[in-house]
Design a protein around this ligand. Sequence first.
Ligand code: B3K
Ligand code: ZN
Length: 884
Amino acid sequence: MANDAAPQVIRREDYRPPAFLIEQVELGFVLEPSATRVTSRLHLRRNPEAGTPDAPLVLDGQALTLDGIALDGREIAADAYAVDDESLTVAAMPDTGVLEVRTTIDPKANTALEGLYLSNGVFCTQCEAEGFRRITYFPDRPDVMTRYTVRIEADKAACPVMLSNGNPIDRGELGGGRHFAVWQDPHPKPCYLFALVAGDLGVVRDGFTTRSGRKVDLRIYTEHDKVDQCDHAMVSLKKSMKWDEDVFGLEYDLDIFMIVAVSDFNMGAMENKGLNIFNTKYILAKPETATDADYQGIERVVAHEYFHNWTGDRVTCRDWFQLTLKEGLTVFRDQQFSGDMNDAAVQRITDVRRLRSAQFPEDAGPLAHPIRPDSYIEINNFYTTTVYEKGAEVIRMIHTLIGPKNFRRGMDLYFERFDNQAVTCEDFVKAMEDASGRDLGQFRRWYAQAGTPRIEARGRHDETGRRYTLTLRQTCPPTPGQPEKEPFHLPVALGLLDPAGQPVPLRLEGENTEGATSRVLDLTELEQTFVFENVPSAPVPSLLRGFSAPAILDAGYRDAELRHLLAHDTDPFARWEAGQTLALHVMLALIADAQAGRPLALSPGVIEAFGEVLDDQAVAPAFKAQMLALPAQSYLGEQMAVIDPDAVLAVHRFVRKALADALRPHFRTLYDAMTGEARAFSVDADAIGRRSLALTALGYLSAGGNEDGMVLVLDLLAKRATMTEVIAALAILSETERPERTEAFEAFHAKWRHDALVTDKWFGLQAMAQVSDSVERTEALLRHPDYVATNPNRVRSVLGAFAAGNPTGFHREDGKGYALVGREIRELDGMNPQVAARMTQSFGRWRRYDAGRQERMQAELRAILAKPGLSRDVREIAQKSLEG
Ligand code: B3K
Ligand code: ZN
């Protein structure tokens, strides 16, 4: 992986079909921590469609020791094949033949956590995207699909459990304290979906009967002392299985579905066929240790991986440029599922917040790329928020444009056409087009063009003609390699509110339809005008309802119009958005005041608007909590010409305190109402909503260290509060200088130090605390005996939390925050390039800061690039960040 020479760029246009196909494969594993022997028997057949009758057989392979090769049972001579760091080539390969390749690998030394590795003594695998080549020589590309039979042999005491994909077909004893198991997967799959797990694991079992009557054995494996924490994951799995049947008619297709939770994992989870492997973070939960966000995260990720069984496993990607085909679609599916299981409006708001705080910045920076990229150096760097979350928005727009019924038809057609195949984004869009009869020609630009479009909307009311004219204009800024953009096809959902706040029936000029008060406009040109008839008085337009397109809306609203929408909009997303925009206006003006050294003051109008939301009895707690939340610091910063993290923080704190001072009794009433009655612990949407609203109120009540508020905070810590409440209380305390702060953190650590996931939270809270010495405090965390640099969750909880969640610390004027993160990245690169590359992204947005910070961030990027033997992963990010 380390390579100082110019790295090879892989291009989408260079795709060629594979020269050889594999009819079936038999894999044998003799598991030993430092020397695992792998035998692979590939039943090869030349691919007639490749048009390469004389091509040699080239198999991918990395970090493998080759022990021998045989063709059709005969060892082949050393001069009949060639091996280098990346591949094995057999020059004179016949058109068909069984190639046996024997290799040895070292799972124990594998700190990159790709291929076969050990996590707390458990053998496990991660093959997506290109990890299988670290297990054996193989055509490691998703369009080579085959059937697997896997025989695992291991020490009985160390590995009583031995799992792979598909069904168990044999097992037995061997001499010398060893045993074996054989698994067979009837479904053809690409090697990135291969999985193997072996270790001493406990299991929780349950069952699900599919609607056609198949009885599925459900199992979740984890370390023995954690089996009591798998219930929520199991419930989430069953809900997902049911939902996919109800909404998409998709049933599970094997007799057994297994999940294994491991502590060391580079990302959230992996959808290997029939054997999902998860980061413990997205499986384990019990009331004492998990927050509401943890519970919701588990429900979402379990669903996401389960949904991949159809969108990813049964129909997979032809090549890695098509990644969004499975990821964007599966994120869309998990978002819809979460919306159905919880509060749909709150779900949409949460998803949009995530998009705006992570994807919009990516799309506006040096690493911007279309959801279907044209080239990459390291594919692991393209598991981005653009491919995932913007990819999901693109699917959502298709859903909006053609409607849910046609979308379902399109899905059915997609599976009918492409089951058991490796296909492209184009194949998906075509299925949607054919099923709906809708032309998605221009819409396809969403796959090709990067950047967040901006929609400018201006309206004019003609009193005498009783007409309202809305002009929409779209632009999209240049992104790396794409200076000019063609117009997008943007679905703009809208409604009009009359001066009394009532919805106006919509009648577009030239159309006979009337009655609907919400509809979707197709914005396809650079500028388009829509005339609404029979509009007696000047309305306020409610635009981009439900966030119908991933765009930045400039509607030129005056504050009075925003307040009108805030009070009356029937679309919950647009209503929330009106409040956010209002807050944004106010806060950006205050930031300018702060920068100019003017005194800060909050206008009575804003306080009044906020007070109305606070006292509104008609909205559910979860939604109200969203309404009361101020725009995130990162989102505020993004709106500035030059991001000033200190001014943003100062204004954030000022506004919070000013609102609290003005409305304290209201916040207190709300807090008491939400915490009043004692209830049994539950994670249903209602209970979560109440906690979320209570803690939002508490954030205001304790703003600026207000004594009464702090009493409530300390009270939460003293009583047996839920983990959600404790974490919120600690977060508040972490930014104060109170003596209780040290005590509370020490007590928490003493209580939870043996629980890795809770300890991660402890580290994260401290790394994110925006205090003047946060760099020094984060340094100390890195030297803490419980800091484990080889565990990705721990690295993310300190380094990731500091770089992404502590803007004033990371961007501290003296550059020490940058230096800390840069040094750790260089250290981490030798161990785990994938995680190191993620951390490197924090430096990508240097252009958005002042000259001094720009200089220091670039210097750090250069220092990273200067490291000898730097991984391809980190090199790609650092290089593009400097150039883009
Ligand atoms: N498909 C995996 C991600 C694999 C990441 C490889 N670097 C998880 C998911 O999206 O469901
Ligand atoms: Zn996924």
